[in-house]
Design a protein around this ligand. Structure first.
Ligand SMILES: [Cu+2]
Length: 117
């Protein structure tokens, strides 16, 4: 094998590497839309908004902007729930299904999460 042939083989190998890294970049562009983060403010003993429409897999972030502690619990059975959320603290959770929730400390506080399917 001559030196010239060896150089050509290296050149081809580099071209193949470049081409495959380009196609990797193209693939990342067609990946599904990234999941979003949606915010619910807890203030004045209410969830604001109290009904929120999100896409499957989105994250909801609750921010306690009130002056007392709250929690986020599945309504009515508390099959999932946050820890106590003190003022200025947050809680976040990913949702794949529609659900209603409430604050088990103040059970009149209710909210609804609807999945856009
Ligand atoms: Cu509360």
């Amino acid at each position: 094998m001559t030196m010239k042939n060896l150089k050509n083989i290296f050149r081809i190998a580099i071209m193949v590497l470049l081409a495959s890294s380009c196609s990797t970049n193209n693939n990342s562009k067609v990946q599904p839309e990234q999941s979003k983060r949606d915010t619910v403010i807890i203030q004045a003993m209410k969830f604001q908004p109290d009904t929120i429409m999100i896409n499957e897999g989105d994250t909801i972030v609750w921010i306690n902007k009130g002056i007392v502690a709250h929690d986020i619990s599945k309504y009515p059975d508390k099959t999932w729930h946050s820890d106590t959320i003190e003022p200025q603290q947050t809680f976040e959770k990913v949702f794949d299904d529609s659900t209603s929730y409430f604050c088990s400390i103040h059970p009149t506080m209710k909210g609804l999460i609807m999945i856009n399917k």
